[in-house]
Design a protein around this ligand. Structure first.
Ligand SMILES: Nc1nc2c(c(=O)[nH]1)N[C@H]1C(S)=C(S)[C@@H](COP(=O)(O)O)O[C@H]1N2
Ligand SMILES: [Mo]
Length: 201
């Protein structure tokens, strides 16, 4: 963590071991799910005062924000200055009101992909549920209609085709976290693989 702060202070934008790209690669395990607005819903469940279920029309009525951030995939590409538009997680959290015992979130996606985050990183100011990227609706391969964007962690935490956000008391590993990727995934500390977790690297 100390290493990570030191690097940020120096304002280095490219994390160690990363290469800058100008295109926007698609990194998906499995096929791109088809979006059916008649059937699609978005739910916040688990340890919250106010669980919600919204259809697509209702989701679009949530307050809209836009933010620009860098994106770092563990396979070593980084893409700078992504303009994301959608709903800030900090705004969503005001609506659902997590209970004090909610310490983690578990994200469920169409197609079965999952990932996890500690709650303090999930509610960070730059985390968004985005439906637009660089001025256009998200491409289906990039997560249309809705994806999470977590700029400060490796890309596998930025779940595409998000359907359910579950607030939990206990930590659970998601799709890549059980297949050898780090449970946390800070690109500045190069938290790439799960074997690094034991050595305190
Ligand atoms: N549902 C889902 N979300 C996902 C993935 C996936 O396979 N399925 N891949 C992750 C990985 S490893 C990365 S780097 C980013 C890539 O986002 P992109 O394909 O829009 O570049 O999506 C993440 N979110
Ligand atoms: Mo990735």
């Amino acid at each position: 963590m100390a290493k990570s702060r030191e690097l940020k202070r120096q304002d280095i934008r490219l994390p160690p071991g990363q290469t800058l790209v100008k295109n926007f690669p698609v990194l998906s395990y499995g096929p791109t799910p088809r979006f059916n607005p008649a059937k699609w819903d978005f739910r916040v469940s688990g340890l919250v005062e106010n669980p919600i279920r919204l259809n697509w029309e209702e989701f679009l009525r949530l307050p809209i924000s836009s933010q620009t951030s860098d994106f770092h995939c563990v396979t070593s590409w980084s893409r700078f200055d992504n303009l994301w538009e959608g709903v800030k997680v900090s705004d969503l959290v005001k609506l659902v009101k997590p209970k004090p015992e909610a310490l983690y979130v578990f994200i469920h996606c169409d197609g079965g992909y999952t990932t996890n985050l500690p709650i303090h990183e999930f509610v960070d100011d730059d985390v968004m549920l985005a439906y637009r990227h660089d001025g256009k609706d998200l491409d289906p391969d990039h997560g249309w209609p809705l994806r999470l964007v977590v700029p400060k962690l490796y890309g596998w935490k930025s779940a595409k085709w998000v359907r359910v956000i579950e607030f939990c008391a206990k930590e659970r590993r998601g799709f890549w976290e059980v297949r050898g990727y780090h449970n946390h995934g800070d690109p500045w500390a190069e938290e790439r693989y799960s074997f690094q977790e034991d050595s305190g690297e």
